[in-house]
Write a protein that binds this ligand. Structure first.
Ligand SMILES: O=C[C@H](O)COP(=O)(O)O
Length: 231
C-alpha cells in the first residue's frame, strides 16, 4: 500500500525549506517555466541546494529543454552528472520525447513523462516504462478534456498491467482539482505553494482555533499553557 505523495511544483528555496518542514513532502518538480519564475538562477547549484534540503529519499524532477531526441538525451545526461544520478528526468511525451525515454530507460534512468493531456500519451509512456506520468490537470480542463476521466483510465491501465508507473498529477489551479486527481487514482500530486496556502488558509480553520483558545483562556486565564500544569 503506497502513501499519497505531495510534491512542490517550485524551485523557490525558502518555500521548499518551509514546506519540507511542514508537510510530508515527497519531492520537488520543476520545468523551464518554473525556473523562469526564479529568474537567472545558477541552475545546477540551485538544484543541488534543493537536493540538500529535501535529502536523498525524496524525488527531484528536472525537465529537459532540447527539442530533439539527441538534445533531450544530452540534457538528461548533463543534469544527471551535475546534480545527481537519482534525479527523475522529465521528458515531454511527444515523438522525440518517447524515443528519448526508450534510450534513458535502457540506461536505468528515472523518467517522469510530462506534458500529458490524453490517454494515448499516458499509455505510450506506461509502455515506455516511465516511472511517473505527469498529466496537466488544469491545462486539460482548459482544453475541455475530462482530466479526472483521463487519470482514472490511466490508473486502470497501470493496475491491469501491474506496471510500476505512478501518476504524478500536475498543473493545478484549485484545491478541488488536487482532490479530484487523487480520487481518480493519482498516487502523487505536485502543486504550487498557492494551492497549499489556500487549502490551509481557510478562514474556518483559524476561526475554530481562535474559539478553542478563547474557551481555554476563559477557564485558566490568558496565556496559560498545558505545560504550565506541570509546574
Ligand atoms: O510541470 C507542469 C506544471 O505543473 C504545469 O503547471 P501550469 O499549467 O500551472 O503551468
Amino acid at each position: 500500500m503506497n502513501n499519497m505523495e505531495f510534491l512542490l511544483d517550485t524551485i523557490h528555496i525558502d518555500d521548499i525549506k518551509k514546506y519540507n518542514a511542514m508537510i510530508p513532502l515527497a519531492g520537488v518538480t520543476s520545468n523551464p517555466s518554473i525556473v523562469h519564475k526564479e529568474g537567472q538562477v545558477d541552475f545546477f547549484n540551485h538544484l543541488r541546494q534543493i537536493r540538500e534540503i529535501i535529502g536523498a529519499d525524496k524525488t527531484l524532477h528536472v525537465q529537459v529543454v532540447g527539442q530533439t531526441t539527441e538534445a533531450m538525451l544530452a540534457d538528461a545526461h548533463t543534469v544527471l552528472e551535475n546534480v545527481d544520478h537519482d534525479v527523475y528526468i522529465k521528458v515531454p511525451t511527444n515523438e522525440p520525447g518517447l524515443a528519448a525515454m526508450k534510450q534513458l530507460k535502457q540506461e536505468g534512468v528515472h523518467i517522469t513523462a510530462t506534458a500529458i493531456y490524453t490517454q494515448i500519451q499516458g499509455y505510450l509512456a506506461i509502455a515506455a516504462g516511465a516511472d511517473y506520468l505527469a498529466p496537466y490537470f488544469n491545462r486539460m480542463v482548459n482544453a475541455d478534456i475530462n482530466a479526472g476521466l483521463v487519470i482514472a483510465q490511466l490508473a486502470k491501465q497501470i493496475e491491469r498491467e501491474h506496471a510500476k508507473t505512478k501518476i504524478l498529477a500536475a498543473s493545478f489551479h484549485t484545491v478541488q482539482q488536487v482532490n479530484q486527481a487523487f480520487e481518480n487514482g493519482a498516487q502523487a500530486a505536485t502543486m504550487g505553494v498557492d494551492i497549499l496556502k489556500t487549502a490551509l488558509g481557510n478562514p474556518a480553520i483559524s476561526a475554530a482555533v481562535t474559539g478553542f483558545t478563547s474557551d481555554w483562556e476563559d477557564i485558566y486565564g490568558q496565556g496559560t499553557t498545558i505545560t504550565d500544569f506541570t509546574k
